[in-house]
Design a binder for this molecule. Sequence first.
Ligand code: FMN
Length: 347
Amino acid sequence: MSATLFESFKLNSTLTLSNKILMAPLTRCMADDELVPTQTMADYYARRADAGLIISEATIIRPDAQGYPNTPGLYTQAQIEGWKVVTAAVKEKGGKIFAQLWHTGRVAHSYFFPGGEVISASNLGLEGNLSRMRELTYQTPKAATTADISQLVEDYAIAAANAIEAGFDGVEIHGANGYLVDQFLHHSSNNRTDDYGQTPENMSRFALEVIDAISERIGSDRTAIRLSPGAYFNIEPDSRDRQVFDYLLSQLEPRNLAFIHLGIFDDSMEFDYLGGKASSYLRQHYNQTIVGVGSYTAETGSEAISNDKFDLLAIGRAFIANPDYVEKVRNGLELTEYEDGMLKELV
Ligand SMILES: Cc1cc2nc3c(=O)[nH]c(=O)nc-3n(C[C@H](O)[C@H](O)[C@H](O)COP(=O)(O)O)c2cc1C
């Protein structure tokens, strides 16, 4: 029933995946205190190397990108060396792996970078407590100046080059789930009045600058982006966001990216202003490779691919519970059910 998932897939002239199952990016907060990946992380990823492509857990591009404890980085030589161990372990098993590049923007906290400032599109803060450090409350961010924006773009490009040095096959820009890139794309977090605000062209500018700087450094064939056109996490929806994504997707079409990956937890959610599901909206506005995700099983995901809803399927929680997810699905074996308690240990 899930046979489609086991066909190979040519992403472009340089990358062919052995099957259509991606391991979704999954933050596990288990890098060491210098934010260097560990041997335990290498073993964890290597056990999942039979996915067509692994997307690494979100990996910060510089210190003020951090909003969760012990998330790995890609800006020091020690972090690059740590990732080399991970990518080598995945490659030894015949796998492929992209790094997910992350700046949390206003979801960051200066607890992680003492003396530094939290930065975002605008000075519009989140209410409440950090999700994995409940004792901390969100801070009001500083609106990035144009000089800050140029530096951020450069720092994304440097992190992408570092990812290639570390042995990754490419990068996925984390443009989803209410983090920095996404904060520019939604009206509820962007009220700028300069070249980065108010109109779809301006609100898309930062995302496009990041994409172009990275593509220039490592090639568009190795550059992908994750997007959340439907606001559902760390951000309030606004019906005007639709025009921003209409424009952004029209600009991504000719850029020959490796893929666009939807960012969502449950793809049965419908968004009024997108006219239904976020995956259907993406399909209508983008003709190239789309990775679907969000509470799919191998069966429902495979059916969605057969019905041309998207091209590749990312699996998150089931990959935490089942390191041998691909093997189990291939052989029709029963899967272990995911529970939040499993996050305490890297198995
Ligand atoms: C523990 C956990 C950590 C996650 N970390 C990330 C992350 O680092 N980057 C990201 O883009 N999404 C992250 N996600 C979202 C997943 O990539 C995925 O979109 C979500 O789990 C829905 O897929 P699923 O229903 O197959 O689990 C995370 C989800 C979970 C449960």
